[in-house]
Design a protein around this ligand. Structure first.
Ligand code: PYC
Length: 318
């Protein structure tokens, strides 16, 4: 492999990190972003591991590789990934990407189409620097789904798509507070394992790889609900999770609890907030729009010394 270096820009979106690779990625050939993502996963996993895993990264890191878009009129394509694998979509990461591209002077206020693994999303950069992302069409696949979770009993939830597959749980398991991070991680990992063991999946057998637990807001003046989101692997989302908020909006709409255009304020475990609303689509799905803020925190050049046994990262134990 002839890689000399990678150039990355770090940001965080409401607490959740995004590391955008702007230079030095491998040639992923032509085709759709989904095809390029498969090639990245199957043939160039060193990039994901170098960016997200120690010693450069950590378990909560989300990476974003800029690629040529396939869909027309897009400013870029992007492949998201984390400490264990590529991700379908990442909305906090899209906000981080938009702020990063603005920091580089490549885009400015206004709307920008971005080609992702699961479809085109549109990021609008507002004059105050906040970003609204019109996500991919989202929907509730099933409600009241029961899963037997060893040690926790029967857990009931919705299965919804918001760019990733989510199992949404309300008022079950440990209370959704920062003090309960460890118990929430244990609980949601047990739920995810049980879903897999019992063959409960998203559409087309796709794995439900995100588990989202909801509780009351810490302050109803600031948000409508607080969540804890377990990401693929064992790290939790420090932000309210944009695809998770989209899945929640789709579930609320399907339950008749969220009218088109009405605003839902979703707090994450750090009590930072994404606000969102839906537009109803003719096929029964919804188009979620989710807003949040991101801040650029650093720029780095990564060096790859052939003598360094960990130049491509230490595999995550999670
Ligand atoms: O914001 O969509 C999101 C997300 C997915 C995984 C981590 N964050």
């Amino acid at each position: 492999m002839s890689v000399q270096h990678l150039r990355v820009i770090d940001s965080h979106t409401e607490g959740e990190p995004t590391r955008v690779v702007i230079e030095g990625g491998p040639d992923l050939g032509s085709g759709t972003v989904a095809e390029k993502a498969r090639r990245l996963r199957d043939e160039h996993d060193w990039l994901r591991s170098s960016v997200c895993n120690e010693p450069r990264g950590h378990d909560a890191m989300v990476g974003a590789l800029l690629v040529e878009p396939h869909e027309p009129d897009c400013c870029c394509g992007v492949i998201f990934f984390n400490n264990v694998s590529t991700l379908n979509m990442c909305l906090h990461g899209t906000i981080g990407l938009a702020v990063t591209l603005a920091h580089l002077g490549r885009i400015g206020p206004g709307e920008h189409r971005i080609d992702t693994t699961v479809g085109v999303v549109v990021a609008r950069i507002h004059d105050d620097g906040s970003v609204t992302v019109a996500n991919v069409p989202s929907y509730r696949l099933a409600t009241g789904v029961e899963v037997e979770v060893p040690g926790w009993g029967t857990v009931k939830g919705d299965i919804s798509w918001g760019g990733n597959w989510f199992f949404l749980i309300e008022d079950q398991g440990p209370a959704v507070t920062f003090a309960n991070l460890e118990a929430l991680t244990t609980f949601t990992c047990a739920v995810r394992d049980a879903l897999e063991a019992q063959g409960i999946t998203g559409a087309d057998g796709m794995e439900i790889d995100h588990i989202e637990s909801f509780g009351p807001p810490s302050d109803p003046a600031l948000s409508d609900s607080r969540n804890f989101v377990l990401c693929p692997g064992k790290a939790y989302d420090r932000s309210p999770c944009g695809t998770g908020t989209s899945a929640k909006l789709a579930s609320l709409h399907a339950a008749g609890k969220l009218a088109p255009g009405a605003v839902w304020r979703q707090a994450g475990i750090l009590d930072t907030v994404f606000s969102g609303c839906v537009e109803a689509l003719p096929d029964g799905k919804v188009l979620p729009r989710v807003s949040g803020r991101a801040w650029v925190t650093g720029e780095s050049d990564y060096l790859f010394d052939p003598a360094d046994p960990f130049r491509h990262g230490i595999p995550s134990s999670l």
